[in-house]
Design a protein around this ligand. Structure first.
Ligand SMILES: [Zn+2]
Ligand SMILES: [Zn+2]
Ligand SMILES: [Zn+2]
Ligand SMILES: [Zn+2]
Length: 305
């Protein structure tokens, strides 16, 4: 593994100092030594050990520690490498997309596109990485190049409690349980496909909505901007969902009605950013009336994709 760590196979000595840091998971094996950094490990099968000459004879998988897992990323676009991988005559590697786009090695300017780097392709097939959400209960192990794809669909993505004074973080399911137990009285409860009537104060930045049957959590966000209040609904859940959640908002005041319908975006952490106008209901300040209150109807509908 020393060879890989030193960059001989990986980035051809090209600097990786400018790349954005990306989390990399580990596949800890039962014979793993104590005390190493979990997120910097990559486990390789025995066949790889033979291919790259790790010189270990064993019948089971071998655990290796890779000091810089990003050497399995393309040194140009920083995306995880996938087969085919190309190299210039001087051995600098590049992913197939950057190879097509550039046509030349960005380090030494030699042509690139005729020589495959089979050694790194074999390594890529054999290196297995654990999902970064292992500590939240995900047991998935996947090839390094598929890790990002898995992360986009993983149902164990951590979600944070929407109250900033509470630092609870866990899967969405556990967060819903936590919220029911600890903050039961701090949410407005509703049922899917039914209209909920609330009175919103002009300066109330957010209200937590909790579905009665499933415990699902939503944030009704109410931010003040130049033209009035922008109101939106987001769903605290992993990024990929099997269901579509559509919300309808209707504000009424003094004979004026404003409506908005949208898919509820999933979030894993509440933020106080002002939502884009196309993703929210804009309510002019005068609709909040003398006492700064607005009557709002909300309906959240759930349908399977
Ligand atoms: Zn690339
Ligand atoms: Zn080169
Ligand atoms: Zn996962
Ligand atoms: Zn909490």
């Amino acid at each position: 593994m020393e060879k890989i760590s030193s960059g001989k196979l990986g980035d051809g000595g090209q600097s990786s100092s400018k790349r954005p840091k990306r989390s990399t998971s580990a596949n800890e094996q039962t014979n793993e030594p104590q005390g190493h950094e979990e997120r910097d490990d990559i486990c390789c099968a025995r066949s790889v050990a033979q291919q790259v000459g790790a010189g270990r004879s064993t019948n089971g998988p071998v655990s290796w520690i890779v000091s810089d897992p990003e050497l399995l990323d393309c040194p140009i676009c920083f995306e995880p490498l996938t087969s085919p991988v190309f190299q210039c005559e001087d051995g600098h590697i590049v992913c197939s997309l950057c190879c097509t786009r550039l046509g030349r090695c960005s380090t030494c300017l030699l042509p690139v596109g005729n020589i495959r780097c089979r050694a790194i392709e074999i390594v890529l097939e054999s290196v297995k990485a654990r999902c970064p959400n292992t500590k939240y209960g995900c047991n998935e192990t996947m090839s390094y190049s598929l890790q990002k794809v898995h992360e986009q669909t993983c149902q164990h993505v951590p979600c944070s409690c929407p109250f900033s004074h509470c630092n609870f973080i866990s899967t969405s399911t556990k967060l819903y349980q936590h919220f029911s137990e600890k903050h039961q009285n701090s949410a407005v409860h509703f049922m899917y496909n039914r209209v909920l009537n609330i009175v919103l104060n002009v300066d109330n930045k957010f209200i937590v909505l909790q579905e009665e049957k499933y415990g699902d959590l939503f944030i009704l966000k109410n931010m003040i901007e130049r033209r009035g209040n922008v109101i939106s609904v987001t769903y605290i859940a992993p990024p990929a969902r099997k269901e579509s959640l559509v919300y309808d908002l209707m504000a009424r005041s003094g004979g004026i009605t404003r409506r908005f319908q949208s898919l509820a975006k999933t979030i894993q952490k509440r933020d106080d950013n002002i939502p884009a106008l196309e993703e929210s209901l804009l309510v002019p300040a005068d609709m909040f009336g003398y006492y700064g209150q607005l009557k709002l109807q909300i309906r959240i509908s759930k349908s399977r994709n």
